[in-house]
Design a protein around this ligand. Sequence first.
Ligand code: ADP
Ligand code: CIR
Length: 373
Amino acid sequence: MSLSKSKCTRCEESCGKGKASVDVIRKLEAAFDKLASSNSTSLLKRYLTRTIFDDLKTRKTSFGSTLLDCIQSGLENFDSSIGVYAADPECYSLFAELFDPIIEAYHGFKKSDRQPPTAWGPVDTFANLDPKDEYIVSTRIRCCRTVKGYPFNPCMAADHYREIERQIVSVLNELSGEYRGIYHPLTGMPKDVQQNLIDSHYLFKEGDRFLQSANACRHWPTGRGIFFNDKKTFLVWVCEEDHLRIMCMQPGGNVGEVYRRLVGAVTELEKKLTFIRSDRFGYVTFCPTNLGTTIRASVHIKLPKLASNMDKLKNLAEKYHLQVRGTAGEHTESEGGVYDLSNKRRLGLTEHEVMKEMYTGISEILKHEKSAK
Ligand code: ADP
Ligand code: CIR
C-alpha cells in the first residue's frame, strides 16, 4: 500500500488540503473555552492564545489533519505537561504559530535556530558514572526514528502498520553480533509475557491516555512489537509512539558502553532504512519534545538524601537541564526511591552535546547527593 497524500486515512475520503469542517471548528471552540477556564499548566494552554487559536482553527494539512488532531490530547488531559502532538509532519509548519513557542519553551530552540548535522562524536568520552554500583540501578539511551514514506500514528491505516512492520522487521532480522535478536509482535503475545516485559522496563505500556487521545493507538496492536537481543541490552520498539524507538540499556552506570552500543545500532539501521530528517528540526517525531537528536539518555538512580526534598531535587535537575520521571517512565511515580533522570533538551544540540549534558548533569547531581547532610 503506497502512501497517498490526497486520501485521508481518518475519513477514508479524498479530503485533501482545505479547510477544517464546521463540525471540527465547533468542537474546537467548545474545548478551547474549557481549556482556557481550566487550571491546566500545559504548554498548550500557555501558548494557545485566542488570536493564535482563531488563526489556526480552520487550517488543514494535505493529510487531512486539523488543529483539533494536534491538540486533542491536551484538551482531554488537563494534566498534560505539553498537550500537543504533530498529527503529521506538515503540522510543524502549518501550525507553527503554536508549535514554535512550545518547542522554544521546552528545548530553548528559537524560531531562527537550526538543528546541527548529526554528530555522534567520539563514543569513548563517557565513563561509568557510578563504578561502585552505589546509586545507579541502570542506564538507558533511546532515540526515535520516522520511516520515510509513512505518516505519524493518527494518519496510519491498518495496512500502513502491517507494511512498515514488515519493512522494519526484515532489516532487524539481518542484524548480527551483539545486535542479533528476535522480534516479538504484540499481536498474539500472551498477556503475562507482555506484562512481564513492561514491569521489567523493556516494553512500552499499553493504553497511555495521552497517546490514545491523540489518536495514536488506532488499530492496536496491529504493527506493534518489540525486538531485542539475548541480553536485552539492545531493543527496538516498533510503531508505539514513533515508528521506531531504538534503545540500549544495561544495569549500572556505564554510560559509555550503552552509548557506544546505541551508536553502532543506529548506524547499522540507517544503512537499510531511510528516516525523515528536516533541516530545521533534525529527526522528525510525533511529539515536539523528541525532535532533533531524539535522544533521551536516562539513569534509574537512588538519591535518598536529595529525594527527601522533591522540590529541591527538581530545581537541581532543572539547573542541569535534566528531567525527573518516575520509575516506570513518564507520568509515573517513584518506586522504592528510584528516579528516572534524563536530559530534557534534544533539539539544537548535537548527539554528543546532548550526551555530555546528561553525563555532566548526573555527575553533578551525584556530587550533591554525596555531600548532602
Ligand atoms: P521513553 O523513554 O521511550 O520516552 P518512558 O518514559 O515511558 O518512555 O520509559 C519507557 C520505559 O523505559 C519505562 O519502563 C521506563 O521505566 C524505562 N526506563 C527508562 N529509563 C530507564 C533506565 N535508565 N533503566 C531502566 N529502565 C528505564
Ligand atoms: C504530555 O503532554 O504530558 C504528554 N503528551 C507527553 C509529553 C512528552 N513529555 C516529555 O516531557 N517528553
